[in-house]
Write a protein that binds this ligand. Structure first.
Ligand SMILES: [Zn+2]
Length: 72
């Protein structure tokens, strides 16, 4: 089993023991975080899908139905 892996940013070999693994350095880790933050990985946010949002609202209503039964 290899004891090194490749930095996903710059492809440099990184020791598995490195505190920055799987990145070669704190710099590359920051670059990776920046990519996520700037949407380079294009994560689709399902909650922004209007259809799905409707489903979620529907599901929530079923979980917490409006009180129709009264305890007396
Ligand atoms: Zn790197």
């Amino acid at each position: 089993m290899p004891s090194t892996l490749r930095c996903p940013i710059c492809r440099k070999e990184v020791s598995l023991d490195s505190p920055d693994a799987p990145f070669c350095s704190d710099r590359c880790r920051t670059i990776d975080l920046g990519k996520w933050a700037s949407g380079d990985y294009r994560i689709t946010s399902p909650i922004l899908d209007p259809d799905l949002l409707e489903d979620v609202e529907h599901a929530l209503q079923q979980q917490h139905p409006t009180k129709e039964r009264h305890h007396e």
